[in-house]
Design a protein around this ligand. Structure first.
Ligand code: UDP
Length: 356
């Protein structure tokens, strides 16, 4: 394998791709990054490239703020142009965003092998744009790196065993990132001091099913307001959520802060009492840092967290949120169980890629 093109565009992808970029450098694999522009603010994009020392993107497509179809279509066109010029040996894509699907589609139509990291995940909720992206991306990828046994089983159930595709369980690259950057975060992050944080609940809300429904968002904010009376709630707020809150006069009584970089996020996760989130990544990161998590969704791709009692799904139901919170107030869990590998997921993937 000589030349890889990596397609990223959204915050979680920068974190995932950082782990592979480091391995590619160690193994001497040439990597060029296309940044689609899906996330573009300094605190949603640049900070991750700087902190995680991700190589500067060779191509910036600057595509954002459009509807799903328009965004994916423009990305497809932009990525295709780069692939035709660069002629890479493979295209790497991560997770489940429009950038993931556009990268997979552009490459597969040009018969360039597609390598999908974080493959096989399913929420079984086709209303989620991410679920559509996951299913389509897996189907047109050539190599599927799966983080969990559940992911492997999902693919088997869909008949992937009989398809000409390589399926490898490598573990979770986000676990690699959490382990690798935790010490740097301790050293560099000032977030706890800056915000005078001691005992607090960390919450994030940005998923379309919550932000696009005023009822759901109002219920969630009402629940967090209630929890905030007992223990301070801190929310690094996604720009889209902030906009919708203010447009609809939904008033949080808890602390809103701007989106934070990865080092700050690690320190918030390490120090919080509990996480409340509709993010995919934060559910796992809560577990990496031995925290319980309440998930503001009806389903999760990370079912092993629910099965093992670390995570409770509450959707946007305020009563369920309150009872999960009350339950976790006194619950003690042993987090000493290996669900996501041993921090070597990127190394395993990179070595496999070398041998392709
Ligand atoms: N994250 C961050 N700063 C924030 C909020 C989230 O660094 O202010 C990180 C978080 O720790 C996780 C990733 O961004 O690693 C998750 O991204 P997001 O929740 O946007 O997407 P999802 O995982 O739901 O796809």
């Amino acid at each position: 394998m000589k030349k890889i093109i990596t397609v990223v565009g959204a915050r979680p992808q920068f974190i995932k791709a950082a782990t592979l970029s480091r391995q590619f450098q160690l193994l001497g694999i040439e990597e060029l990054i296309i940044h689609t522009g899906q996330h573009f603010d300094a605190n949603m994009s640049n900070v991750f490239f700087e902190e995680m020392e991700i190589p500067k993107p060779a191509y910036q497509l600057d595509i954002h703020g459009l509807s799903h179809g328009a965004m994916t279509g423009r990305m497809l066109e932009g990525i295709e142009t780069v692939l035709l010029k660069e002629k890479p040996d493979a295209v790497m894509i991560y997770g489940d965003t429009n950038s993931t699907l556009a990268g997979a589609l552009a490459a597969s139509k040009l018969h360039i092998p597609v390598i999908h990291v974080e493959a096989g995940l399913r929420s079984y909720n086709m209303k989620m744009p991410e679920e559509i992206n996951r299913i389509l991306t897996d189907r047109i990828s050539n190599v599927l790196f799966c983080p969990t046994d559940t992911a492997i089983n999902n693919l088997k159930r869909e008949g992937y065993e009989n398809m000409p595709v390589k399926i490898i369980k490598n573990g979770d690259v986000m676990q690699d990132a959490a382990l690798y950057y935790a010490a740097k975060a301790e050293e560099k992050s000032e977030i706890l001091k800056q915000n005078n944080l001691d005992n607090f609940v960390l919450a994030t809300v940005h998923r379309q099913e919550n932000t696009d429904s005023i009822d759901n968002l109002s219920n969630i904010v009402a629940g967090l307001n209630e929890i905030n009376k007992e223990i301070p709630v801190v929310v690094p707020i996604h720009p889209r959520t902030r906009q919708i809150l203010s447009k609809n006069n939904i008033v949080p009584e808890f602390k809103l802060i701007d989106p934070v970089g990865y080092f700050d996020m690690i320190m918030l996760l390490k120090s919080c009492f509990l996480a409340i989130t509709d993010s995919g990544g934060v559910q796992k990161e809560a577990f990496f840092f031995q925290k319980h998590c309440i998930t503001l969704r009806e389903q999760t791709e990370w079912v092993e967290l629910v099965e093992n009692g670390f995570n409770i799904l509450v959707g946007s139901d305020k009563q369920k949120l309150m009872s999960a919170f009350n339950y976790f107030k006194t619950k003690k869990s042993n987090f000493d169980i290996n669900l996501y590998g041993n921090g070597k997921a990127a190394e395993i993937a990179a070595k496999e890629i070398m041998s392709l």
